[in-house]
Design a binder for this molecule. Structure first.
Ligand code: BTN
Length: 247
């Protein structure tokens, strides 16, 4: 699935490099990897801590022949692939918090940022950005992140892990699941996501663009939205939320 790998010592954000390469015509599967990012970014305009040599910071150009509304499904597929890959590398209780954060015991270990460019309601290209906190130690995080962030190294007892093995494992999982998705559609991915989720069946309060929603997430729907059961029994599809936490 990888067509070429571009390795950088330091970049502002691998997302920016991958977007530029895509605009210049880079083929699907072009993978940008950096040792360090000076302005790594997360969802909702947040920053992504990217110290040199400690984490995995990568962005891949994808050119799926799909309508724009399928982008959320790709995000969920990426989360499943990443979760399975990390569990293969380190036998830890890693779960997916909707839509695509990976957590170990409530602390974030990895994040996914899918940015897409569309034309006539079809995806022109997608930049799949992945940050994995592999070998960061407590000293690498600003104090305010310590209660909510961890790394594979911290969570597995302190020994550094091989970042190349993590990337290889992810690519293997992603390639497999992508083939399943193209041949069988979203339904098998949905089932896998639900089984790995730490979000479902727990009372939750979500800050959505439409306001605060309180209820119990019960499933994903066919488009990848989170179905939340409200107090009156209705199920509301949530497409994006700023934050979610126990009420
Ligand atoms: C999130 O959890 O909010 C998403 C984090 C995504 C971080 C990765 S690191 C590689 C790529 N380049 C970036 O600037 N961001 C993504």
């Amino acid at each position: 699935i990888v067509s070429s790998i571009k390795l950088f010592e330091s970049v502002d954000s691998t997302q920016n490099i991958a977007h530029r390469l895509a605009e210049e015509g880079a083929p699907s599967g072009t993978l940008v990897i950096a040792e360090q990012q000076t302005s790594g970014r997360g969802r909702m305009g947040r920053q992504w801590v990217s110290p040199s040599g400690k984490g995995i910071y990568m962005s891949m150009v994808l050119r799926p022949d799909l309508p724009l509304q399928f982008a959320p499904q790709l995000t969920l597929l990426t989360a499943v692939a990443l979760c399975r890959a990390l569990k293969e590398i380190a036998p830890l209780p890693i779960g997916i918090k909707w839509p695509n954060d990976l957590l170990i015991e409530g602390k974030k270990i990895s994040g996914i940022l899918l940015e897409s460019a569309a034309e006539d309601e079809r995806l022109r290209h997608v930049i799949m950005g992945i940050g994995i906190s592999v070998n960061l130690t407590e000293d690498d995080y600003p104090e305010e992140l310590l209660p909510i962030a961890t790394s594979l190294r911290i969570a597995s007892g302190g020994e550094p892990l091989d970042r190349a093995a993590v990337i290889a494992s992810f690519m293997k999982q992603f390639e497999h699941l992508y083939a399943v998705y193209i041949s069988q559609g979203f339904s098998p991915i949905q089932t896998l996501w639900e089984a790995l989720s730490v979000t479902l069946h727990k009372p939750t309060k979500l800050m959505t663009p439409q306001g605060v929603v309180e209820g119990i997430p019960v499933a994903l729907n066919d488009s990848g939205a989170l179905l939340v059961r409200l107090g009156d029994g209705r199920e509301m599809p949530i497409f994006s939320a700023e934050s979610m936490r126990p009420p």
